[in-house]
Design a protein around this ligand. Sequence first.
Ligand code: NAP
Length: 269
Amino acid sequence: MPFKPQKGGFMIQIQLPNGHSMPALGLGTWDLRGNECFSAVKEALHLGYRHIDTAEMYGNEAEIGRALKNLGVPRRELFVTTKVWTNHHRAADFKKAAEASLGRLGLSAVDLLLIHWPNPSVPLSETLKALCQLAQEGKALSIGVSNFSAALLKEAVSLATVPIACDQVPYSITENKKDFLAYARSQGVSVCAYTPLGKGAFLNRPELLEVSQKYGKTPAQVALRWLVQQKGVAAIPKASGVKHLKENIEIFDFKLDPLDLQLLTKLQK
Ligand code: NAP
């Protein structure tokens, strides 16, 4: 259901194969722990974020669950992603790990359940079977993978009995992922861009500063807008304080024009 952030325009929603949708901007929570995590998620929900990205490996699902419960945002408005770590790729372990994540989050189902990283020591068919079964049991509304190359994604798509809705990969304005994106789109797989701000590494590049001045936006806002303006691409910047949280969600009230998009390609490696 579309909702309006306090400021910054309407959130773009990405349609997933099973008919539900993923907000194009979410909160990344890697490295947020304890009260810092609780406060960041609470603040984010206040600001209009409805998409929260976590993983069993982040050790913060319980704090996120506490924040979700505390704020009382209707469940249907939330989009929660979690991921199962590589030590749980055997079918029985995978199911147990995903159910433990649900318990910590206080949810009966997550919106998106991902295989966090490929693990060549366990057949992908076994892990995918467990993942698809969780979807069939209604414990994951959509399923996907993370850190899968186009070749591995192709293998996952061919093995899965439930559509792969998303591949979460590192992607930012400094990277050219045209071939990967074209393949993902051809299969109806959305892309969730992690480390979308490059952990701040490129935010003072002159081309980015020039474009941000033109729009009266910050370099981080332009870098995030560049991602969410692409069809089927979501971004999950991590931010811990109100200033960054607010800045990162206020990107739905402007659009980068083709000339600026061209100028920004100079940032690509
Ligand atoms: P990132 O989001 O690119 O960068 C986070 C850094 O940027 C933090 O230091 C943050 O500072 C700063 N920042 C946030 N907003 C800013 C703004 N508007 N202006 C300037 N600086 C800003 O990097 P990331 O944490 O690696 O990636 C984001 C999320 O992706 C993770 O939290 C995680 O959820 C996910 N991820 C997934 C995988 C995977 O394997 N699937 C791997 C890595 C990450 P403050 O904290 O001080 O606000």
